[in-house]
Every structure is written in structure tokens, then in C-alpha cells.
Design a protein around this ligand. Sequence first.
Ligand SMILES: N[C@@H](CCC[C@H](N)C(=O)O)C(=O)O
Length: 280
Amino acid sequence: MPIEFAKYHGLGNDFILIDNRHSSEPVITPEQAVDLCDRHFGIGADGVIFALPGQNGTDYTMRIFNSDGSEPEMCGNGIRCLAKFIADLEGSEAKTQYRIHTLAGAISPELRSDGQVKVDMGVPRLLAAEIPTTLAAPDAKVIDVPIEVADKSWSVTCVSMGNPHCITFVEDVAAVALETVGPQFEHNKAFPQRTNTEFIQVVRSDYVKMRVWERGAGVTLACGTGACAAVVAGVLVGKCDRATAVELPGGVLEIEWAEVSGRIYMTGPAQRVFTGCISH
Ligand SMILES: N[C@@H](CCC[C@H](N)C(=O)O)C(=O)O
């Protein structure tokens, strides 16, 4: 059966979106997702995202396979793309706000009139057991903790946005050998479920530059959950304001960590690139 898809991106973090509303199981296997994400032999993407029927009173369910076929709990740029994809599918019936079930809980994207998508990303989790990481006792936070990776000592802060993030602050983000260091963080034994790693250069307390090595996808042009985690880490170590702009290779995300509710809000773009049909 041919499968229709649409390609979207959020700041260059690109995804193949599939209308899976008729079934609660993805119509593509993780192995097929690896082939579709291949940039030479496939469509090319950082992941495949499925719009499935809602669960627990939500409008829809989002599932995603990384380009290596693994399944992450959440994807920040992906959920902005999913919100636009759903609105495009629904046409005149489209809402401006959706509640989406994910493996990280219910997440609420809002389609704003200026074209940006603002997402209530929920409350970050900080305990070592929640990341998960062995860098501290299970019920302790991991803030500015040393770790040896690639023959170097790094000071890291760990944050879960549903998916695991390890954040380190550097002098010059352009100088980080991402392709070498990134995989060594991802597969370090301190992270039993592997990790995404964000390298952050503080330009001002309300503006940082970030490069990312993503679990299951490698170097990407942007990572929404990573940008949220980076601002949380920046606040925890006293380097960032609660409202901070994060400049990624693909563009800028506005992040706010609300003081009273503890919730994180991410605002950024999502764009359709093209549509197509997969026929095996
Ligand atoms: N790019 C995403 C994160 C996708 C999932 C990640 N690779 C993981 O395995 O946790 C984002 O924008 O958040």
C-alpha cells in the first residue's frame, strides 16, 4: 500500500510526517524508518513522526522514530511540526491549540497567528533516576558534576524533558569536535538509556549559542527539548535568565522556564517542505 507523507522541519531539524489517524500502531517499522531517513538512499530526515489517535483525553498521540530506528519519549521541534501537520490535515476544522499524548506525557502546542508555534513542554525532571544517569545518587540532582569523556573532564548538568539531556557549558561552541565527542557522551556508561548532549556558549544571560549531538540522530541543526534542557541547566548553574533565546545552527528558539508553575515554554517555527508518496 502506498503511504503518503509530508516533510516538515523546525529550524532544520527535519522529519517525515505520516497521517496515522486510522490506527494506534505506526504504519512504518523502525527498520523502514532508518531507510526513509537515509539522506542518500531515502527521503532524508532526522526522524519519522506519526500522528495517531489520541489517548487519555488528548486530541492526538505523537510517536517518533529517530533516524537510527530508536524511539524517543519526546521531540520539541517534532511536536511543533506535528501541530502544523495536523492543522494542515484538518483544514477549516483546525484548532489553534492541541493536546498531544507522548511517551513523556501530554504536551500542548499552540499555533499562533504570527506563524510561530508555542509549546507548553511541561515540567523538567532533574533527579538522576529520572534522567536516567548514574552520575549522582538516584534521588539527587546532577548539577555541575564532573565526567570524563574523550580524554577530557567536562562539568555537566543533566535534565530530562521526558528524554535525557546532558548539558555542558563551553567557551567556544564552534570549537567542539561534535562528531568525535558526541557519540562518546551518547554511549557513556553513566547514561543507561544513552543521552542527547548540548554544548552551550553563553553570549549573555538571556542569549546562548548551542550545538547538539542527538541520541539516535547524531548532529542535527536544532533540538527543541535540548534547548529547553539547556536553559534549565543555565538557570540551575546561575548562567542564564529564565527567559533565554537559544541560537542553534538552524535558527533561534525562545525558551521560558516559568518560576511559579515550573513549566517550560518553547516558541519557534515549523515549516512544510514538500509532500510525497512512499511506494515499496
Ligand atoms: N530533535 C528533537 C529530539 C529528538 C529525540 C532525541 N533524538 C532523543 O532520542 O531523545 C527535539 O527537537 O527535541
